[in-house]
Design a protein around this ligand. Structure first.
Ligand code: TMP
Length: 223
């Protein structure tokens, strides 16, 4: 199931250092210029409990966090995010842009931590009562390059995993897109910021146009 109401739900995914926050901010700005109300948010986070879980799962110094506990912490943060922020915004007809969503768990915990993609999908389907984005942008970056592009400062728990881990994560994102190309846009993150943001906006316009067509085809639907 995809987003509900008339709102539009867009996720940005990709490896660390791919430029997701820059691009999600640019898309939010472009949609606001068109008169839409936009909620720009991130995972883990977006709610008070989500931000607390973010520190617990990402900061070093909380002792060992095994793979299943890690997966549940991301899923718990996501459940709060959907219930408290995303669903209400979509029900009001707003656009929600999130920096990471379920595909991050599938890639990092399902593949990176080897917990299984189907298991992680099911866990997150339950956590979100099956709320999937209308559309997902994957900013594809080589892990070595991603590491070099990241803002200087300490690496969090996941960032400090080796390049082989991040290479598996990268492949998992590409596999997700290949399995459902109509719901994804994969972009080479090495292109310049403007080229990327224009490509994303073009695709979002297509999603809007398809939605308008569907609505017009339904008797009594919004034209
Ligand atoms: P970021 O918001 O700075 O990208 O940091 C989030 C980190 O958490 C990033 O390394 C990816 C990781 N992550 C997961 O492992 N699973 C998840 O479900 C999410 C949302 C993020």
């Amino acid at each position: 199931m995809s987003a509900e109401g008339t709102g539009l739900f867009i996720a940005f995914e990709g490896g660390d250092g791919a430029g997701k926050s820059t691009q999600s901010a640019l898309l939010a700005e472009a949609l606001r210029k068109r008169g839409l109300t936009v909620v720009q948010t991130r995972e883990p986070g977006g709610t008070e409990i989500g931000e607390k879980l973010r520190s617990l799962v990402l900061d070093h110094g909380h002792g060992e966090i095994d793979a299943r506990t890690e997966a549940l912490m991301y899923a718990a943060a996501r459940a709060a995010h959907v219930e408290q922020l995303i669903r209400p915004a979509l029900a009001r007809g707003e656009a929600v842009i999130t920096d990471r969503y379920i595909d991050s768990s599938v890639a990092y915990q399902g593949i990176g931590r080897d917990l299984g993609t189907e298991e992680i999908r099911q866990l997150n389907s339950w956590a979100t009562a099956s709320l999937w984005p209308d559309f997902t942008v994957i900013l594809d970056v080589d892990p070595v390059e991603g590491r070099a592009r990241r803002a200087p400062g300490g690496e969090d728990r996941l960032e400090s995993e080796p390049d082989t881990f991040h290479a598996q994560v990268r492949q998992a994102f590409l596999d997700a897109a290949e399995a459902a190309p109509e719901r994804y846009l994969v972009i080479d993150a090495r292109q310049d910021v403007e080229t990327i943001s224009e490509a994303i906006l073009r695709r979002v316009d297509e999603v809007f146009a398809a939605r308008r067509q569907r609505a017009a085809a339904v008797p009594g639907g919004q034209g």
